[in-house]
Design a protein around this ligand. Structure first.
Ligand code: 3H9
Length: 706
């Protein structure tokens, strides 16, 4: 077992068996590790020279959990619950010494040990819920026995990471080590345990933390009520059931309950969707330019424009610890921009999430300016000015004149041709699109839009900025709307067509919510303000190619805007918001406008079932997603998935539209599109890529792997 490449190594030091898990990058519990752990425990148990066992992780983690890549594949023995039970059954004291992540199955291994010591870097958690699962190796039974029902439920339902000090207070660990040398600290603790008599203290036999049954039942009932309110996810209610079993059932029976419920979670499509999301969120970071080039340093940044976007971007930059210069055209506009930034922090102070001193300290890194020369030292500048090509040209011309060589010049445009912006200045290699989503300090998505002439290190800098800002970056090519807004435009059009053809906006919103969206498209429009889209439509109307596809134009949104019904901020939009209400109520006058517009367009209304609405909405999204991949605007289908999940509210547990399409089956999606095309062949043109994949019997996932 001592060979260098074995993922579990056993050495005996002064009668202590040191079991080291060495499975980079994060010591996931793949089959070889499970086998190795089981053998090591057997060996330590059998060796009369061994008085105690220490389990430690090599590298940056204790153990990050089960190997997520194995889920969905045929199971291989030994199963993790059996390994954990073997560790706990050892008749010699077993100590887990934890540094870095001890998550999911990793924490379950630690809880099966008889004692736990952790360094300050430890992050303990049961994040299975984020993968559509529950702790399935005894964790739902052992955690309540260590920390009580409430704390166990909190960990398992939130999936959050707990630091060493908190873990100590909870009773999850026995000691916080004074140094970072996890092995030395672990050995010292084993010696301490032995000096105290070396009792074997099995978590399964602990009764104290669950002694007050009434209190724990209250916690379980509260958690169950809370989970019932949050519709959608499958595993949380199962987690609550498991904790109930921990309270009611003997350990072995509780573990059987856990197993049954774990297998239900494993079989659920949500597990497949969430695990797809987990890997997709990591794959998007690996754009070719991030491998080919090193990012340029970013410390000082400039933001041009103090409007909603500019202020949001400024806050995002400040929150990342950067120094920001906000540029506006005059003192009055600048004051408004700075006020928008301050408003965000004042909101945090009101919620007691920030102190006044904290705000002052943050704002010390913000400088206001009205002269471009203030941007001379900026490493990166993002412009968030009016969406007009002439205005953008003027801004970039100024930047070209004042910025230092090597400064990254970014535009936050949501649809303008960034190649045209870049080509008009002397340093097109430095120009990139950084498309933030509103509110920019909150929304996770950052589209990194890559024009033709940009250099690789500028693209890498975009990804580095996303890392600093804790955003989810997706590489996108230049086209009208890039990945997200282009796909949005298509499925919004599909929704508008359904509305004009006979559905009410309320039915469409209801369908989207039932699918898992937090809001439907018309609720989103009311929240964002209908005037923004209206202004864009008017601006584009002048240049709209009358022969452009799709040629059908639904006027309903414009009719609402003409009446000044922009949504929540004006008290009405698609919905009524009496007295500043946040949740709207349906508006008969809107329905009357819809009816009128239908009549004008000569449409005899038809009825749609919820299923029909959903199929059209999703098919439009998937078909445009396929076109975006086919044209290379998105690198892979998974980039579309991450974009729609993190920028457009697509339910993460469904994995994204392309993953959803794979789960439905591409032949079904294509058949739907062809059926819809019989009525409207112009709008419903199947993507060539979709047709090809169906012909070849492949799915989108096959392109993610390529
Ligand atoms: C579980 O345990 C179920 C049990 O209860 C029951 C079983 C019966 N497996 O995130 P990073 C990869 S469910 C496989 O970039 P960081 C990751 O894909 C599990 N691979 O690093 C990436 O690969 P690549 C419960 C994994 O430092 C590389 O490691 N556990 C796993 O930012 C580096 O990851 C979790 O849910 C895994 N478990 O963050 C923890 N974990 O380089 C999930 C990571 O090829 N993991 N990889 O792209 C995490 O939260 C973070 O990865 C962690 C490190 C905090 C550990």
């Amino acid at each position: 077992m001592n060979t260098a490449h074995h993922p579990v190594q056993l050495t005996v030091q002064n009668h202590i068996a040191v079991v080291t898990i060495d499975n980079p990058p994060v010591n996931a519990l793949g089959v070889a590790v499970r086998r190795g752990l089981q053998q090591a425990i057997t060996q330590a148990q059998a060796d009369a020279e061994v008085h105690a066992v220490l389990i430690v992780g090599q590298g940056k983690a204790f153990i990050a959990g089960a190997d997520i890549r194995e889920f969905g594949l045929p199971p291989q023995a030994p199963a993790l619950p059996d390994v954990c039970n073997a560790i706990e059954a050892c008749t010699k004291p077993v100590v887990a010494a934890i540094h870095g992540p001890a998550l999911g199955g990793g924490l379950e291994v630690a809880m099966s040990a008889h004692y736990r010591v952790a360094t300050a870097s430890a992050k303990l958690g049961l994040p299975e819920v984020q993968l559509g699962l529950l702790p399935g190796a005894g964790g739902t039974q052992r955690a309540p026995r260590l920390v009580g029902a409430q704390a166990a439920l909190d960990m398992m339902l939130s999936g959050r990471h707990v630091g060493a000090q908190e873990a100590l207070r909870m009773g999850l660990i026995d000691l916080v080590a004074t140094s970072d040398d996890v092995q030395a600290e672990g050995l010292a603790y084993v010696r301490h345990v032995l000096s105290e008599g070396g009792a074997v203290r099995r978590t399964r036999d602990q009764t104290e933390a669950l002694a007050d049954r009434v209190k724990h039942q209250v916690a379980i009932d509260a958690a169950r009520a809370d989970v019932a309110k949050k519709r959608g996810l499958f595993s949380p209610a199962r987690i609550v059931d498991c904790v109930q079993a921990a309270l009611d059932q003997p350990f072995d029976e509780g573990q059987r309950t856990e197993r049954t419920l774990f297998e239900q979670c494993l079989a659920s499509p949500q597990r497949a969707g969430l695990i797809h999301s987990f890997f997709a969120e990591r794959e998007v970071l690996k754009a070719p330019e991030t491998k080919a080039a090193k990012p340029r340093p970013i410390k000082e940044v400039g933001v041009i424009g103090g409007g909603t976007m500019g202020a949001g971007i400024t806050v995002a930059m400040l929150d990342a610890g950067l120094h920001v210069t906000m540029l506006e055209r005059d003192a009055a506009a600048l004051a408004q921009g700075i006020a928008r930034v301050e408003k965000v922090y004042d909101g945090l102070i009101a919620k007691q999430r920030l102190t006044t001193e904290g705000k002052t300290a943050i704002l010390e890194r913000l400088t206001g300016a009205t002269d471009y020369s203030a941007l001379a030292q900026a490493d990166l500048v993002v412009e968030a000015v009016f969406e007009d090509m002439a205005v953008k040209h003027a801004v970039f011309k100024q930047l070209d004149a004042v910025c230092k060589p090597g400064a990254v010049l970014a535009t936050n445009t949501s649809y303008l041709d960034i190649n045209e912006i870049a080509n008009a200045i002397f340093r097109p290699q430095d120009v990139i699109g950084l498309h933030f989503f509103s509110p920019a300090n909150i929304m996770k998505l950052l589209e990194i839009v890559v024009p033709a002439r940009v250099s690789a290190d500028v693209v890498a800098t975009g990804f580095e900025l996303a890392r600093l800002l804790k955003k989810v970056p997706v590489r996108a090519g230049v086209c009208d709307g890039f990945i997200g807004n282009r796909i949005l435009a298509t499925y919004r059009t599909a929704a508008d067509y359904m509305m004009e053809d006979g559905a009410s906006p309320y039915d469409i919103d209801q369908m989207a919510r039932a699918f898992g969206y937090p809001m439907g498209p018309y609720e989103v429009s009311d929240l964002a303000g209908g005037d923004i889209g209206w202004a864009t439509r008017k601006r584009r109307a002048a240049t709209r190619d009358p022969n452009a596809k799709p040629s059908r134009y639904v006027h309903i949104a414009d009719k609402l805007c003409e009446r000044g019904w922009f949504g929540q901020k004006t008290g009405r939009g698609y919905y009524l918001y009496p007295n500043g209400a946040r949740n709207g109520t349906p508006d008969p006058e809107v329905l009357a406008i819809v009816t009128e517009e239908r009549a004008k367009a000569g449409i005899t209304p038809r009825s749609f079932t919820a299923d029909e609405l959903q199929r059209r909405y999703l098919a439009a999204m998937i078909n445009e997603g396929a076109k975006v991949v086919e044209e290379g605007i998105a690198l892979r289908p998974l980039d579309v998935d991450v974009t729609l999940v993190h920028g457009y509210g697509f339910p993460r547990w469904r994995g994204g539209p392309m993953k959803y399409a794979d789960m439905v089956g591409l032949p079904q999606i294509l058949a739907d599109i062809r059926a819809f095309a019989k009525e409207d062949p112009l709008f419903w043109q199947p993507a060539a890529l979709l047709v090809k994949l169906v012909e070849e019997g492949r799915d989108f996932e096959s392109l993610n792997k390529a």
